[in-house]
Design a protein around this ligand. Structure first.
Ligand code: NAD
Length: 294
């Protein structure tokens, strides 16, 4: 089944790190998109970050002014769940917490049309388990965007046990219509990328705790030797230390891999509110909360 991007309307639930980037990808494709969050602060920040991102993309010659204007006009910011009721497709990007995702999806199930497709950006939770609390498990698809979503094209897509073929095809076509590059993975915690990245990031944190080297030295070493664009500590600051903590707990609970277990330093820093870029300080200190790239 083809998805006609010119007729779609989309919603994104959660205006945090990922929801903000995902909304950019959809608006840039010219698809009307409503960004919903329960937090007025999160919505105001997302609006400012998105408009700054479009301005910066134009200034760097990566986006024509008219395309930036069209993308900005495609966006709405809403704190009322009913604003998502007319969406054809909704991407859920709220906290990685199963009861919270169930509560949101079951509320959306009540206000949306039976045809509305739900995608979940969950990193480690099971798509089948999320779908089980949605009221429409056949219309839930896993769509794990990569950070920063506004720059990264890859989306790891997975089916829950009851996802229908029609929903799968609609979700896949939606990704293509918004210029993303979907790949299929099994419904497995961490999918492909986080299976590598969560233990690797935790190794870097343990290395700091053990006094092997400072964050900047570890990052420099990995970029110089491995050709990575970012070092592991820079990337954890971008991901959010709270998100790294929740993802580690979820992956460890399923795999029992000791490298996936949250390092004590990660727990201490998250408890102290040192969450990385979003709080202004993590392994590094930041002077601005602009979204990454342009
Ligand atoms: N940060 C990453 O690197 C990354 C990458 C891929 C996937 N993910 C996944 O994306 C999801 C979101 O992660 P994030 O890093 O953007 O989190 P975040 O903490 O930056 O943002 C979450 C947002 O959800 C909002 N929220 C919470 N409950 C809500 C509700 N019931 N209704 C509406 N809004 C609600 C919060 O107010 C917050 O603004 C998680 O499932 C996470 O595992 C994160």
């Amino acid at each position: 089944m083809q998805v006609d991007g010119s007729r779609l309307t989309a919603g994104v639930a959660g205006a945090g790190t990922m929801g903000t980037g995902i909304a950019i990808t959809i608006a840039r494709a010219g698809i009307p998109v409503t960004l919903f969050d329960v937090g007025a602060d999160a919505l105001a920040r997302a609006r400012r970050q998105i408009l700054e991102f479009f301005d910066s993309s134009v200034a760097r010659g990566k986006l024509a002014q008219e395309d930036a204007d069209r993308a900005a006009a495609a966006l709405r910011f809403e704190a009322d769940l009913d604003a998502l009721s007319s969406s054809d497709v909704i991407v859920e990007a709220i906290f990685e917490h199963l009861p919270t995702k169930h509560e949101l999806l079951s509320s959306l199930d009540r206000v949306c049309s039976p045809d509305t497709l739900f995608m979940t950006n969950a990193s480690t939770l099971s798509i089948a388990e999320i779908a089980a609390g949605s009221g429409r498990p056949d219309r839930v698809v896993g769509a794990h965007y990569c950070l920063p979503a506004q720059l990264m094209k890859l989306v790891e897509m997975s089916r829950g046990l009851l996802t229908s073929d029609e929903s799968w095809q609609r979700a896949w076509q939606f990704q293509l219509a918004t210029g993303q590059k979907p790949i299929e993975t099994r419904d497995h915690p961490g999918f492909i990328l986080n299976h590598f990245c969560i233990p690797y990031h935790n190794d870097a944190i343990r290395m700091i705790d053990a006094g092997v080297a400072e964050a900047a030295s570890i990052d420099r070493a990995m970029k110089a030797a491995m050709g990575f664009a970012m070092g592991p500590l820079e990337l954890i600051d971008l991901i959010g230390l709270d998100t790294q903590l929740r993802a580690s707990e979820a992956l460890f609970s399923v795999t029992n891999d000791p490298r996936a277990a949250p390092p004590p330093l990660l727990r201490r820093m998250a408890a102290a509110g040192l969450l990385g870029r979003k709080s202004g300080r993590g392994f590094y200190v930041y002077g601005s909360d602009a979204v990454y790239g342009a």
